[in-house]
Design a protein around this ligand. Structure first.
Ligand SMILES: CC(C)(COP(=O)(O)OP(=O)(O)OC[C@H]1O[C@@H](n2cnc3c(N)ncnc32)[C@H](O)[C@@H]1OP(=O)(O)O)[C@@H](O)C(=O)NCCC(=O)NCCS
Length: 185
């Protein structure tokens, strides 16, 4: 139900609490790739943590302050994307992404991010969508660039990750910029 085709054999769907077993099995496969850059998998270190992650996003969805989606390739959950922050009142949101190794390198994430941009900036009428990444995370920055975002700057020593203060690169796209390029895909 509620699936959007993102390639011949991949779909974007809501990722919900009842799917916790499937989500946790996927996170175990994704952990090594994801932990290097973000805390998302670390928060789901066991089944209870995985359930808490899904419940947190279910609560955000109910409050219209965030939402989580999975990417299924040949019926296997291989990654996903989310709005970690979604503020319709201020017109701002942030988009985040992850994959396990089998989900990487197919363009699934780029397509999924375009769908989230379209929902936020066109359907919901938000003014601005942000993307936050470690400036050394080339694959992440490549997605932001591919969908038409602009690198706005770097917040130095912005957050603690893996025991070290990390810089955060902020990318963003505005509603009129997205409206001008959305038809290209
Ligand atoms: C960031 C991350 C999600 C990017 O995944 P990705 O697979 O590179 O991104 P996409 O799905 O957009 O795929 C792009 C790749 O698919 C290829 N591709 C194939 N078909 C494509 C298509 N139709 N459209 C776009 N790209 C396509 C691209 O050439 C590119 O491969 P390349 O980099 O080897 O040239 C992934 O590396 C990851 O999970 N990293 C760890 C977690 C993380 O860093 N998250 C982001 C934190 S800010």
């Amino acid at each position: 139900m509620f699936a959007i085709e993102i390639s011949d054999d991949a779909e974007l769907r809501p990722l919900e609490v009842w799917q916790v077993d499937e989500f946790f099995a996927h996170i175990q496969r994704a952990r090594k790739q994801v932990d290097r850059w973000i805390r998302f998998a670390a928060g789901a270190s066991d089944l209870n943590g995985a359930r808490d992650t899904l419940q947190r996003y279910a609560d955000r969805q109910a409050a219209d302050t965030g939402r989580l989606f999975g990417i299924w390739h040949q019926h296997v959950l291989v990654g996903g994307c989310m709005y970690p922050h979604f503020d319709a009142q201020s017109g701002n949101c942030e988009i985040g992404v992850w994959t396990e190794p089998a989900g990487q390198g197919h363009g699934f994430v780029t397509t999924a991010v375009r769908i989230l941009l379209d929902h936020a900036l066109i359907e919901r009428g938000l003014a601005r969508a942000e993307w936050h990444c470690d400036p050394r995370n080339e694959r992440s920055a490549a997605v932001a660039k591919r969908v038409g975002m602009t690198a706005e700057g770097i917040l130095r020593s912005s957050y603690l990750h893996n025991g070290e203060r990390q810089d955060m690169q902020v990318w963003a796209i505005l509603q009129d910029e997205w409206a001008a390029i959305r038809d290209e895909w």
